[in-house]
Design a protein around this ligand. Structure first.
Ligand code: NAD
Length: 694
């Protein structure tokens, strides 16, 4: 099917954009519009042109299927197309409904008149990919919207309903009813009146004292843009619109656009965008795999995780029943959920109506019989295999055929759990992160028997509860925790060698991690790592741990929950304070081990900790536990506070260059004698071939 159509209504030509799902501005679509404009120009009977999409989208902007391909910029490219439209001597009217974003909005700005549904969504979201509008948006938007409104639109990148632009000349008429007849009627009116064409590029910007405004805008943006350069570049582009003729402003826009395209920050955001889309695709599970209906969810265990998990579904309008063994535990769990919602209600972030709906969808029970009609049952009981066994055997007895049985286990073998039932094909891991109602990451753990439609269903429900789902194979720690173990292990080794916990945290926080490894461990509870290490001392003698962390745990320093961990947390204070007691423990530990402390640079701290993630991540890829490097990056960006502007550990390694990363790893191997540092086969191979992970 062609991506545009052309039809004649009286003396008006209608060009309809038809490139599902959002009328992305593909090469074929661009050619189609140019052909339509040319046809209208050469037909004396045609007096005006209407450009229209459908109810869902006028146009959502560039066609992402062309990203990275030659077609994305092939002529007629978007600036050329917009130029052709604007120079048309017959009036061109954009009729806008639904999404009108990015290149789509720039296309509309090339038209001489615009009609819109009040709720049409207008946006220049390029900053979200680390870019600025690149088809005249930065030059035309200030001319027609005014400098402040235009800058707001492009520096924030958020969609704004068309009606919000009332008072500007952007929209000539708002249309509540049918858009096409209204657009044709408007076109006829323009023709009848002989209304002069309004070419936005020819509009003058009158903004006295713009220097002061630009300075103010630069200061504002500096405060909110963090490490991203694009928002400040929007100001530079708008400054060009204010001070230069249109054609020169366009050149400035182009130069900025091209330079941002090559910036690591934009590469990181584009990587994240693509990673997000890729993560929902499972290589051997076709996209049209039928999914099971999930109308009611059971949650076993109303503790820390169970309560948070339940809230995700309640928020999405799905009924939940929580099961506990004892009445007081059930009451506590239910009360916690209520308290959480009440506090959101008090803050005015939840309406009473929504509060009532959500609480109305929640039920509690102590009887497995009440789970009979659940479509999905998620277990979040104590992390003990015996307890899990009892729960899954019971579930196997009571759950209806076809119900999905999920475990939130962090460390136990999902295949073992699946085999407690007679239906391992219906068992899957749903590994939420704490707090489960807040954290975006969901690791979907695929057991060796997990059915494809179970995976497809869980991925779909993850989207419904607004999680970033990433599929992981079964292994100790899955993707995230298996990697983080080595990251924390390196952090402790660095302290052994001479760094302080605060220095390690500062170095990694400066790199951009939301929280350094010691603050993170104190928050999560140092006893969790201790528990895992004790198991590893037996099962995994190949992993070499410093016992310094055990010393802390032996002294009861479990972190925030006990008021002391790697730092001290005096009552009432959540801010960590370096603790002389810990310093003394470190000094004593080094002396016992015969370690002479050395000065360690911040660069070494970042390299050792981040490359530890990279090496273990590459092993996960080698083993097929993770399907793609970008899945690993998604896990780190959404679950572990890895800095967005670096795009995740795997993209970061590519940015440094795998050759350089592998060399450093070999240096660490020699210096530490830790065989972990032998580069993973995948890294060695790619580095030797000059290739990258992502
Ligand atoms: P928790 O101790 O806060 O809650 C466990 C709840 O399960 C308790 O309320 C307990 O009464 C209940 N329970 C125990 N046995 C039961 C049974 N047989 N039937 C019904 N209820 C039972 O623990 P949690 O932190 O919520 O962890 C639960 C699971 O989630 C564990 O498998 C854990 O590994 C996993 N997990 C925890 C975290 C975390 O950060 N806490 C993160 C990811 C996954």
């Amino acid at each position: 099917m062609s991506s545009t159509s052309y039809e004649v209504r009286g003396n008006v030509a209608v060009i309809t954009l038809a490139n599902p799902p959002v009328n992305g501005l593909s090469y074929e679509l661009r050619c189609g519009v140019v052909a339509g404009i040319d046809r209208a120009a050469s037909d004396a009977a045609i007096k005006a042109v209407v450009l229209i999409g459908n109810d869902r989208a006028f146009s959502g902007g560039a066609d992402i299927r062309e990203f990275g391909s030659r077609l994305a910029f092939a002529e007629p490219n978007l600036p050329t197309l917009i130029d052709i439209i604007e120079r048309s001597t017959k009036p061109v009217i954009a009729a806008i409904a639904g999404a009108c974003m990015g290149g789509g909005f720039e296309l509309a700005l090339g038209c001489h008149f615009r009609l819109a549904k009040p709720d049409a969504k207008i946006a220049l979201p390029e900053v979200k990919l680390g870019l600025i509008p690149g088809a005249g948006g930065t030059q035309r938007a200030p001319r027609i919207l005014g400098v402040e409104t235009a800058l707001n639109l492009m520096a924030k990148g958020d969609p704004v309903p068309a009606v919000a632009f009332k008072g500007t000349v952007l929209i000539d008429e708002y249309v509540d009813g049918d858009l096409l007849p209204a657009a044709i009627a408007f076109a006829e009116k323009v023709v009848a009146e002989g209304r002069p064409l309004r070419r936005v590029s020819e509009m003058k910007i009158d903004y006295p004292n713009h220097e002061a405004f630009l300075q103010f805008a630069r200061n504002m943006i500096k405060g909110i843009a963090g490490p991203f350069p694009a928002p400040a570049k929007c100001v530079d582009a708008v400054a060009a619109a204010l001070t230069k003729p249109f054609a020169e402003g366009m050149k400035v826009e182009r130069e900025i656009f091209v330079s941002l395209m090559g910036s690591p920050e934009s590469r990181a955001l584009r990587h994240l965008f693509a990673a997000d889309r890729a993560a929902s695709k499972i290589p051997d599970v076709p996209e049209d795999t039928p999914t099971r209906t999930i109308a009611k969810v059971g949650v076993i265990g109303a503790g820390t995780m169970g309560g948070g998990i339940a809230m995700n579904f309640l928020n999405a309008g799905v009924a939940v029943i929580m099961l506990e063994m004892k009445q007081d535990a059930l009451d506590r769990g239910m009360a916690t959920i209520r308290k959480n919602y009440e506090s959101t209600l008090k803050k005015g972030k939840l309406t009473q109506e929504k509060f009532d709906t959500r609480m109305g969808l929640l039920a509690g029970t102590m009887s497995y019989d009440d789970l009979k009609d659940c479509d999905l049952i998620i277990e979040a009981v104590f992390e003990e295999i015996g307890v899990k066994e009892a729960v899954f055997k019971k579930l196997d007895e009571v759950a209806k055929p076809g119900a999905i049985l999920a475990s939130n286990t962090s460390t136990l073998d999902l295949n073992t759990i699946a085999n407690f039932t007679q239906r391992p094909q219906d068992v899957v891991g749903m590994h939420f992160f704490s707090p489960a109602n807040v954290m975006k990451l969901l690791e979907v753990v695929r057991g060796s028997a997990t059915a494809k439609d179970v995976l497809a269903t869980v991925m779909a429900i993850a989207k419904k509860i607004r999680k970033n789902a990433v599929v992981s194979g079964v292994c100790d720690g899955f993707i995230g925790n298996r990697m983080v173990l080595h990251y924390v292990r390196m952090a402790v080794a660095l302290v052994d060698e001479g760094a302080t916990p605060a220095q390690v945290d500062r170095a990694l926080e400066k790199f951009g991690m939301i929280m350094g490894p010691f603050r993170m461990s104190d928050l999560a509870g140092n006893d969790i790592g201790w528990h895992i290490r004790k198991r590893h001392y037996i099962e995994r003698p190949d992993i070499s741990y410093s016992k310094l962390a055990d010393r802390l745990c032996e002294a009861g320093r479990f972190g925030q929950k006990t008021g002391k961990g790697w730092y001290a947390y005096p009552p009432g204070a959540r801010k960590p304070e370096p603790d002389p007691e810990v310093e003394a423990m470190i000094v004593a530990w080094r002396a016992e081990q015969g370690i002479t402390p050395r000065k360690i640079s911040n660069d070494e701290i970042v390299e050792r900790c981040v490359y530890a993630l990279v090496n273990e991540g590459a092993r996960l890829l080698d083993e097929g536990i993770a399907a793609r490097a970008s899945d690993i990056d998604m896990v780190y960006l959404t679950g572990y506070g890895f800095p967005m502007h670096r795009g995740g550990p795997m993209l970061y390694a590519d940015e440094v260059g795998l050759y350089n990363v592998a060399r450093r790893m070999r240096e660490f191997a020699i210096a530490s004698g830790d065989n972990f540092w032998e580069p993973a086969p995948l890294i060695a191979r790619l580095a030797a071939d000059g290739k990258s992970l992502t």
